[in-house]
Ligand binder design. Structure first.
Ligand SMILES: Nc1c(NC[C@H](O)[C@H](O)[C@H](O)CO)[nH]c(=O)[nH]c1=O
Ligand SMILES: CC(=O)[C@@H](O)COP(=O)(O)O
Length: 139
């Protein structure tokens, strides 16, 4: 059993609840534990994961959130920089699955958040599980 931390950027609560449900189910089905912490937005997720990884309290991480395009360039910053920072942490050997949705509208996000549809939360959890398996295989 491994210990996973789900770090959620709680910008759209109802969508996050579905993403977290999918992630928790995937982790439980694989026999792993999961805690959940909340940060304000997607830009805070990588930093929170970096801090938690440094603590040594968790084996793997799932990033959860929803970034929906608005009127300004801020979408590109939030979506792009959160993904880039998460990828940089992954390249440092931290097992992270990225379940931060980046969509044009809420309808697209709903389809992807719903565990009964595209289940991107579960998909992100499975990615984190696989990376942890690989890290242990290559250790
Ligand atoms: N617009 C969205 C944000 N924006 C907030 C940023 O992520 C960040 O919390 C703020 O800039 C303070 O540093 N975050 C989301 O997760 N989703 C959005 O749609
Ligand atoms: C992704 C965002 O930052 C977005 O929700 C903010 O909307 P806006 O660009 O209209 O300020």
């Amino acid at each position: 059993m491994a210990r996973f931390l789900i770090v959620e950027a709680r910008f759209y609560g109802h969508l996050n609840d579905m993403l977290i449900d999918g992630a928790k189910t995937a982790l439980k089905d694989a026999g792993h534990d999961a805690d959940v912490i909340t940060v304000p937005g997607a830009l805070e997720v990588p930093g929170a994961i970096a801090m938690a990884a440094e603590s040594g309290q968790y084996d793997g991480f799932v990033a959860i959130g929803v970034v929906i395009r608005g009127e300004t360039y801020h979408f590109e910053i939030v979506a792009g920089e959160s993904a880039r920072a998460l990828m940089a942490l992954t390249m440092d050997g931290i097992a992270i699955g990225n379940g931060i949705l980046t969509t044009e509208n809420e309808e697209q996000a709903l389809v992807r958040a719903d565990p009964a549809q595209k289940n991107k939360g579960g998909e992100a959890a499975q990615a984190a599980i696989r990376l942890l398996e690989l890290r242990e295989e290559f250790a």
